[in-house]
Design a binder for this molecule. Structure first.
Ligand code: MSP
Length: 471
């Protein structure tokens, strides 16, 4: 039994959950459930990123104390994660006293690689990062992710000396010891690494008071990325606790927009702390609305709760895990969502369950369950984070059972009184369906459980269709 540690990016608490946030959670949850299914022990972390300028600004706009403002959003996010059927084992808020104390210890341990200097240049509050002159020129001074002009800054900051670690990070990425997925992002990250200056890890307190104080310097607070990235280890109790039972993480799930921080600052921090690299950084694409990035800053957000309420959690998970590309950008449209629900979930799967259970029950067939052995191809796809492909593989099996019913025509066997053949045929089909439900369980756990309960001993067709239409 292996120990598997999975992390999710911690969202900024400057607003309510949006559809894009579901990606990290759903991908991590599928991976976690898969590992539990094959008998591994899993820890999965989630959390909230609560410091920084833009959160302070939003709280000011709302006219409430920052802590009150973030508390409200944290509750909404926790509720959202639960609604997604996502089960984490550990939750960290960057305003937790334990986290704040631990992140200060992290800073102290990195002090050989930290220096103070004055910075003059451009900053994006949306990204919470400084922008190089080259980037400024290439983007004509406007952040492409947030559609906002960069702000001019001149201030004294502490810096993390990335140059101390560049060669090691390059080697780790090139050799896949720090595996970056998808493969095509690896080159991008290597290029960013080459261009990466030392990074600022603090802000003067007079500019930003909402942050973790820099140890030994009352004038500065920590820059959000140093604070936020540490969550993956502070949640395990680092540095007080011995973490190597769980660290390094098996996989860290992040969006492509924040992969750069996880490929440069995070490895530099880990090297400075003498900790091993996560085994894989898995970056997903953006969920788009009409080809445009959905974001709180742009304001074109589809309310995920509407999507969840429309057909329930498994329809949501089905769409996001099968029809939203695991690694690349994909559009969400209501039309595609409705089609997937009606044609695939209701017709392919829902009808199949109803039909097979009805035939077994009507013909008094005794259902005997076989032992299940999960095939290698499915495991390989899951372990390589090819979730769309694994889901397609399972769906082919759903369609194959439907095809077999049409070809083997069990109702003809019933009509001809061929009881033994009928038994054999329905048992074989139902066992295949039980196997399929097992493979579906990481993706659509509630549905899988319903199917497994129906085909367990005495088979009775469900009173309600699994996926009712015309809702
Ligand atoms: N607070 C940082 C993460 C710190 S991790 C140490 C942050 N927060 S965020 O709220 O902007 O984003 C949280 C996660 O949601 C990121 O993985 C990000 O890529 C993801 N997404 C935000 N918008 C998204 C889409 N529209 N589509 C897909 N994922 C998106 O970045």
């Amino acid at each position: 039994m292996a120990k598997i540690y999975i992390t999710t990016a911690i969202p900024y608490m400057n607003g309510t959950p949006h559809i894009g946030h579901a990606m990290d959670y759903c991908l991590a949850d599928v991976f976690a459930r898969y590992h539990r299914l094959i008998g591994n022990e899993v820890r999965m972390s989630a959390g909230t990123d609560e410091h920084g300028n833009k959160i302070q600004q939003k709280a000011n706009e709302a006219g409430v104390p920052v802590k009150e403002y973030v508390d409200k959003n944290v509750a909404l996010f926790k509720d959202f994660i639960a609604k997604l059927g996502v089960e984490y084992t550990d939750f960290v808020r960057t305003t937790d006293a334990d986290h704040e104390r631990r992140v200060q210890e992290v800073w102290k341990k990195l002090s050989d690689h930290i220096y103070k200097a004055t910075y003059a240049g451009w900053y994006c509050t949306g990204c919470e990062r400084y922008v190089t002159d080259k980037e400024y020129e290439e983007t004509h001074g406007v952040c492409p992710d947030h559609n906002k002009p960069y702000e001019k800054f001149e201030e004294e900051n502490y810096y993390l000396r990335i140059s101390d670690f560049k060669d090691q990070i390059r080697e780790l990425i090139e050799s896949d010891k720090l595996l970056i997925l998808p493969e095509f992002r690896k080159k991008e990250m290597l290029a960013l690494l080459e261009d990466s200056p030392d990074v600022s890890i603090s802000r003067p307190k007079k500019e930003l008071s909402w942050g973790v104080p820099v140890p030994g310097d009352d004038e500065h607070v920590m820059y959000v990325w140093m604070d936020a990235l540490s969550n993956y280890i502070t949640v395990l109790g680092y540095p007080e606790n011995e973490i190597n039972e769980w660290w390094p993480a098996t996989a860290e799930f992040v969006g492509k927009d924040i992969l750069r921080f996880h490929s440069i600052i995070w490895p530099a921090m880990l090297l400075g702390l003498g900790l091993p690299m996560p085994k894989a950084l898995v970056s997903h694409g953006m969920v788009l609305a009409d080809g445009q990035k959905m974001s709180k800053s742009i304001g074109n957000v589809i309310n995920p709760v509407d999507v969840l309420d429309r057909h329930g959690v498994d329809a949501f998970r089905y769409y996001f895990l099968r029809h939203i590309d695991t690694f690349d950008d994909s559009d969400f449209t209501w039309e595609k969502y409705e089609n997937a629900y009606n044609n695939e979930l209701a017709n392919d799967l829902g009808n199949l369950v109803q039909r097979l259970a009805t035939m077994i029950s009507k013909n008094n067939v005794k259902f005997e369950k076989h032992n299940i052995e999960i095939e290698k191809q499915y495991c390989e796809l899951m372990e390589n984070f090819e979730f769309n492909k694994a889901f397609d593989l399972v769906w082919e099996k759903v369609q194959n059972i439907n095809r077999r019913i049409d070809e083997e025509k069990p109702w003809m066997l019933a009509k001809a009184g061929e009881t033994e053949k009928l038994n054999e045929c329905l048992n074989s089909l139902a066992n295949e369906l039980v196997y399929v439900a097992t493979l579906l369980s990481p993706f659509i756990p509630q549905t899988a459980e319903k199917i497994l309960n129906i085909f367990d001993g005495q088979v009775n067709p469900p009173a309600e269709p699994l996926f009712p239409k015309n809702r």
